[in-house]
Design a binder for this molecule. Structure first.
Ligand code: C2E
Ligand code: CA
Ligand code: CA
Ligand code: CA
Length: 287
C-alpha cells in the first residue's frame, strides 16, 4: 500500500486512485491534526446592506496540513463528518469563534455595551445536530465566554433539515428559545417547500450563492429578480432576516439591497481572513 505523504499524487496516472488515497490519508490524519492544533479559523464579515456597517462574521475553518499546505473545508469536513471527528472539531470551532467574538465586542468602542454588538456565525453539520451534547455544550461555551446567546448564529444547511422530525428539531428549538439565532444555510438549493419554513426554528435565511450569481448577468433575468423578490417577501412575512452570500460586485450588492435583503457577505466586502481584520473593521465602523 502507498503511504499518504508527499506530493507524489500529483504525478499519479490514476487520478481517482490518487484522490482515494489522499482521502484515506487525510481521514487518518484528522484526529492528530486536531490535537496538534493544525486547524485555524478565518472570519468573513457580514455587512448590513442598508448602511454598510458590519453586522458580524462567519467562522470558516481551515486545516494547515504539514505536507499539503492549507486545505479548505470542502476537502476535510465531509471526511470529519464520516468519521465523527466533526463533533470535537465543531466543538473547537464553536469555542474558539465565540471566544473571538467576545474579544471583538470587548475591544469595540462601548465595549460589550455597544448598541449593535458584533455577532458570530458558526456552521453546524448534520452529525453535530444529531449529537446529544449539542445544547449543553453550546450553553457551556456561551457561559464561559460571557457572550450573550443573541450574538450567536448557528448555520444549518437546508438539506440537513429536509424531512427533519421533532427529535432533530428539538435541540434547535431549545437553542432558539435561549435566543440563539438559527440560519438556514444554502437556502434555495434543497427541496424544502416554503410552507415548511414555518415548522423550523429558524430566524435567518441565507440565500445560496447561485441567486447572487444570477444578479451579475447583464441585464439581470427578470425571472431571477422575481424569485429573489418572492423569497425575501415570504421570509420577511415570517419575520426571518435574509442574508445573501457570494456578493462579488457592487452591482450585485445594489440589486440585492433594492430587493430588500438585510445582510450580505462576499468578496466584494472582504474575503475570509484573520481575526484582526474583523477587529479593525469593527473599530473603523464606529468612527
Ligand atoms: P458555506 O457555509 O456556504 O460558506 C460560504 C463559502 O463561500 C465559504 O467557502 C466562503 O469562503 C465562500 N465565499 C464567501 N464569499 C464568496 C464570494 O464572494 N464568492 C465565492 N465564490 N465564494 C465566497 P469555504 O470557506 O471554502 O467553506 C466551504 C464550506 O465548508 C462552507 O460553506 C461550510 O458549509 C463548510 N464549513 C466551513 N467551516 C465549517 C465549520 O466550522 N464547520 C462545518 N460543519 N462546516 C464548515
Ligand atoms: Ca455557512
Ligand atoms: Ca452558505
Ligand atoms: Ca455553500
Amino acid at each position: 500500500a502507498k503511504s499518504a505523504g508527499g506530493n507524489r499524487f500529483e504525478y499519479a496516472d490514476d487520478e481517482a486512485d490518487a484522490r482515494a488515497i489522499t482521502r484515506h490519508g487525510l481521514t487518518t490524519a484528522l484526529p492528530a491534526a486536531l490535537e496538534r492544533g493544525e486547524f485555524f479559523i478565518e472570519y468573513q464579515p457580514l455587512v448590513r446592506l442598508g448602511d454598510g456597517s458590519v453586522h458580524g462574521a462567519e467562522a470558516l475553518v481551515r486545516w494547515c496540513h504539514p505536507q499539503h499546505g492549507v486545505l479548505g473545508p470542502d476537502r476535510f469536513i465531509p471526511l470529519a463528518e464520516n468519521t465523527g471527528l466533526i463533533v470535537p472539531l465543531g466543538r473547537w470551532v464553536l469555542q474558539e469563534s465565540v471566544r473571538q467574538a467576545r474579544f471583538w465586542q470587548d475591544e469595540a468602542p462601548g465595549g460589550g455595551k455597544a448598541t449593535r454588538p458584533l455577532r458570530i456565525n458558526v456552521n453546524l453539520s448534520p452529525t453535530q445536530l444529531h449529537h446529544p451534547g449539542l445544547v449543553a455544550e453550546t450553553v457551556d461555551v456561551l457561559e464561559r465566554s460571557g457572550l450573550e446567546p443573541g450574538a450567536l448564529c448557528l448555520e444549518v444547511t437546508e438539506s440537513a433539515l429536509i424531512g427533519a422530525d421533532d427529535d432533530l428539531l428539538k435541540p434547535l428549538r431549545q437553542l432558539a428559545e435561549m435566543g440563539v439565532d438559527i440560519a438556514l444555510d444554502d437556502f434555495g438549493t434543497g427541496y424544502s417547500n416554503l410552507a415548511n419554513l414555518r415548522r423550523l426554528p429558524v430566524s435567518v435565511l441565507k440565500l445560496d450563492r447561485s441567486f447572487t450569481q444570477g444578479m451579475q448577468q447583464h441585464p439581470v433575468d427578470p425571472v431571477d429578480i422575481k424569485i429573489v423578490e418572492g423569497i425575501v417577501q415570504l421570509a420577511h412575512s415570517l419575520e426571518l432576516a435574509v442574508t445573501v452570500e457570494g456578493v462579488e460586485t457592487s452591482a450585485q450588492a445594489e440589486q440585492l439591497r433594492q430587493l430588500g435583503c438585510d445582510t450580505a457577505q462576499g468578496w466584494y466586502y472582504a474575503r475570509p481572513g484573520a481575526p484582526d481584520r474583523i477587529h479593525s473593521l469593527v473599530l473603523a465602523d464606529a468612527i
